[in-house]
Design a protein around this ligand. Sequence first.
Ligand code: PGA
Length: 260
Amino acid sequence: MEVIIKADPAAVSKEAAGIFRKQLREKPASVLGLATGGTPLGLYRDLVRLHRAGELSFAHTTTFNLDEYLGLPAHHPQSYRRYMQENLFLHIDVDPARTHIPDGLARDVPRHCQDYEQIITDAGGIDLQLLGLGSDGHIGFNEPGSSLGSRTRIKTLTPRTIADNARFFGSEDAVPRHVITMGVGTILEARHCLVLVTGENKAAAVAATAEGPITAEVPASALQFHRKCTLIIDEAASTQLKRGDYYRWVYDHKPEWQRV
Ligand code: PGA
């Protein structure tokens, strides 16, 4: 796992935008795995800016989002479909028909999850998967205890995640209890995983992800098995890392051809 420590959230977004730009230049028809939440907002703003400047096109991309709340219709202000429309899709040239998000109103949830896996496979698999990190160590909505081989399925949120996300809903009671999420196993099949984390409240989860034992208690720790995972964090999120100085050293000595 490559760990990149940047000064602040804006620098994290900029570094991540560079990775997206490189990916799309090398493969315009990339399959992108996308994430929601507070962390990727800066990146999405940067991608929209690059698109408007004529530096980035999504015309040939296909996208798959990690997760969606069960019970929320697409137009609900807190649905992840709505989030993606407002923060990215409406501002870029992606073909709406090739943007995929689990359906929060799916009637047959197991079947819908199986179909979601199948369309990812049919698209050729995910080239670049963007991820946030929960303060409890989740990726997607794979809460602690999730099987590290799990596939897209229904999950029940933990009280901690409900409390973390209450800020978007106004109260904890309004946060749905169930979600559909890609599994840890689904995520690990992406060819490149890109995890963005900012803020002091994520410092323990970052240390457990990058340096802790691989355990279902911290689903993100499974990324240590991944052959190409880039973890970009800000200084505040780096404070509990044991090898922070080494990661900075590695970054400073990166060969020119590896830089984005
Ligand atoms: P956040 O969520 O970006 O809103 O902190 C991250 C996550 O839960 O994956």
